[in-house]
Design a protein around this ligand. Sequence first.
Ligand code: PXG
Length: 468
Amino acid sequence: MEHRTNHLSTADMQADDAAHHLHPFTDTLEINERGARIITEARGVYLRDSEGNSMLDAMAGLWCVNIGYGRKELAEVAYRQMLELPYYNAFFMTSHPPAIALAKKLAELMPGDLNRVFYASGGSEANDTNIRLVRHYWASMGKPEKTVIIARKNAYHGSSVGSGSLGGMAGMHAQGGLPIPDITHIDQPYWYAEGGDMSPGEFGLARARELEKEIERIGEGKVAAFIAEPVQGAGGVIIPPSTYWPEIQRICDEHEILLIADEVICAFGRTGNWFGSETFNIRPDIMTIAKGLSSGYQPIGGSVVSERIAKDLDTHGGEFAHGYTYSGHPVAAAVALENLRIMEEEKIVDNVRDITGPYLSERWAALADHPLVGEARNIGFMGALELTPDKSARAPFAAGAGTVGLICREFCFSNGLVMRHVGDKMIISPPLVMTTEEIDELADKAWKCLDLTLAEAKSQGLMVAGER
Ligand code: PXG
């Protein structure tokens, strides 16, 4: 990587950052005391910070840089589009070539009859669209009382008032009076932590059947939709038991509710197929997309709607009083289209499914031999390690959740690996272009950081099991 940008010294940037920049999901006092780590460049699967340290980015930014960093084609497309038509909207009976071409391409790639996209600038906006869309849909169909959306605890669907309400993050709900009315949450299919003595199969069925109970409790006549991520990402890469999704699909088929698959993380190859819905054989009525759609090079997302729902809305819906200034932004759409073109041309999804995904599975599974790891799970290019003081009991740490995870994350950073922690889970979501050699580097560094974490946890007296 050559240095190309002149910037201030790290200390000066940290001071300006502390003085003027409020960060997402960050304790201001903490970041301002420590100083932000400033990322200045990236190529392929490597980041570089302002001090010249190189790091393997096992998170693909924030689950999004699927194609890897530094793809000139995407920059060139953005440049050309900015000169040709930097902005126009799709309100008031207008459209433009990039939004149209991307919509057509998405319809071609999407499973089933998910043929029509409503654009947004990211996943939160797209899920807000979904809340409004499903309520508008049922009202248009003469059932305005169908307003309730069932979601799941520990789900992440975004951070706006609407999408944060769909999400099931207790910490988010505690700040600012979420959730909004008419959103309820059922339990998650998280076998490792919540399965107790049940087999994963039994547990998956039990958790899926909570949806049916919740529909009965609320009354089918009041339920608009169920929303879920095929694999919970931010919740800690929670891969449901194989019994879960077929039962959810059965329940949705047998009841008059819409199924929304939030594929903001899973879509565009992450699970080893183009869509998580293909991996789990889900037939959603609506799919949320963002992140990998443009590999994070431009902010773009969308809500993709089935032909059936779209036709009903054509016939009965009238005007949908909803939209964003940047819905279908031409530069973002052009970049997304080019990203998808490259993904297809370079067979990036096939490669994850057939070669690098299985290789990552092998190397990742071997981390379960480490004394600190209670479970190592992955699907395609997303994975988690459950850290534990007692492997056989799947026990949590007696110290507060996240204490050991945070220690591990810090060792990762200082050893040139970006791996996140969610509580005491270490999670990865590497760029889909990561090679087998880079996967070796990832797994070797992860093992080393687990060793360092174990030694530190022992020295701090943290290897003590607590209660679930
Ligand atoms: N749905 C899902 C499934 C997501 O993972 C969103 C919606 C919201 O997308 P936007 O583009 O509005 O951020 C997301 C985003 C984390 C983390 O800590 C995960 C996300 C965002 C920020 C942090 O893992 N996912």
